[in-house]
Design a protein around this ligand. Structure first.
Ligand SMILES: [Zn+2]
Length: 419
């Protein structure tokens, strides 16, 4: 998307002319020409498309996992058991109380204006510079978006029954586990995704796909031969769909605990300092802009990409931007199929509550404000967000996001492999 500055091109040409013959043939420079394999590459190679798909499939056994239901609590239990089985055994839970705002009192979360089907968000879409959520400018053809609240819009009786229990206000929990750093256990990166969903489907993409990225990274980083200098926390937020209440509860409860050794002299840090928060939310579907009739291409577009966003108006914009570029650089090196692009309009996800407290970014299938918000994902909060909706080319985009974050965080946290 960005053209190379002409000075860089000129330098590259000059360098080719004066470089020794070995460099002209593209062989690696001497400094990295030893036979030691890149440990990060080895760790990334332990990600696997079939395992990623199986984790998403496992999450969909709990339907849409709507917050405040038994199917949501069962999913939290299942995720915790999976994390332990990967070797991420120090699982803990955040407990908080959720009382819905009046607009949620139907027990069905956010209410779409048009009732069932793909309701609009009210009135004509906003237009003009900076008018998209997050501050971007909407471009091109736009399709309607909204939340399905109609059980009968789900044609599959099994899934309709699975999603039928309404939400009840009250206590909520969300689970996390932590890879403890060897030399800097008092600092950590947070790798997150939200495990709750809505829309009378299976929330396979929103956000089974991001939850599975977090779980697969927990699996790889928990391998017995993997160590990192800094800590990494893997967390599956609840209540994202009601307004990021789960991540807000985490920030409220734990922000002041950062970097404190507890008990003193123990070398243990229950809440390491937040070096960065990386959220994964809707990872699989990048079929391009809607057509003029509002429909979408059936296939993943060949030029699909992983979208990494920071929020340019946030207090930590400069450091969040650095974090975004670190992941984009890791994508160049480690992702097998799809590139990454960086945008400055992060919005509407669990990285939001962190953005003025720590460097925070989101990783997605598309930009949230100008693309998803413009109707680029027809399954968003719809009964069609089912495991069976997606092809391997879709699942592979989520896998590439996992490769991107794993590669980036492995470098930042200082991954090495024990012999
Ligand atoms: Zn989501």
């Amino acid at each position: 998307m960005r053209a190379l500055p002409s000075t860089v091109i000129a330098f590259a040409l000059t360098a080719t002319i004066v470089a020794p013959a070995s460099a002209q043939r593209g062989t690696a420079p001497a400094a990295s020409a030893d036979s030691t394999p890149d440990p990060i590459k080895i760790a990334v190679s332990r990600l696997d498309l079939e395992k990623y798909k199986a984790t998403i499939k496992g999450l969909t056994q709990f339907g849409d996992r709507r917050q405040g239901t038994k199917r949501n609590r069962d999913a939290v239990d299942w995720i915790e058991a999976q994390l332990k089985s990967y070797g991420c055994t120090n699982t803990e839970r955040i407990t908080y109380d959720y009382q819905p705002t009046p607009r949620d009192t139907t027990g069905r979360g956010r209410v779409g204006r048009a009732g069932g089907g793909r309701g609009g968000r009210g009135g004509a879409p906003r237009t003009g510079p900076g008018s998209a959520q997050g501050g971007g400018t909407p471009r091109g053809i736009r399709a309607r978006t909204g939340v399905n609240n109609d059980s009968l819009a789900q044609p599959d009786a099994r899934i309709r029954a699975l999603d039928s229990e309404p939400t009840t206000p009250g206590e909520r929990q969300e689970v996390y586990c932590t890879k403890v750093g060897t030399t800097h256990p008092d600092e950590m990166y947070i790798v997150g995704g939200h495990m709750d969903g809505i829309g009378w489907g299976e929330a396979a993409n929103d956000d089974g796909s991001g939850t599975a990225v977090v779980m697969e990274l927990a699996r790889v980083f928990s391998s017995p031969d993997v160590q990192t200098e800094r800590s990494i926390r893997f967390i599956l937020w609840n209540n994202e769909e009601t307004g990021t209440n789960g991540s807000r509860a985490y920030v409220a409860q734990r922000q002041a605990l950062q970097g404190k050794e507890e008990p003193a002299g123990s070398g243990k840090y229950p809440e390491p300092k937040w070096l960065g928060m990386i959220q994964h939310d809707m990872m699989m579907f990048d079929h391009g802009m809607p057509h003029a009739d509002g429909t979408l291409s059936k296939e993943q577009r060949p030029e699909a990409d992983v979208n990494i966003e920071f929020q340019v108006t946030s207090k930590f914009a400069a450091d969040a931007q650095k974090l975004a570029w670190a992941l984009a650089t890791a994508n160049d090196r480690y992702a097998t199929d799809y590139p990454a692009s960086v945008g400055q309009h992060m919005t509407n996800t669990d990285s939001g509550p962190f953005q003025d407290v720590a460097p925070a970014i989101s990783v997605r299938e598309n930009d949230r404000g100008t693309q998803i918000g413009n109707g680029w994902d027809p399954n968003w909060h719809q009964p069609t967000d089912l495991y069976s909706t997606y092809s391997d080319n879709d699942f592979r985009l989520g896998m590439n996001a996992a490769q991107t974050t794993l590669g980036g965080i492995a470098k930042l946290a200082g991954l090495t492999l024990k012999k």
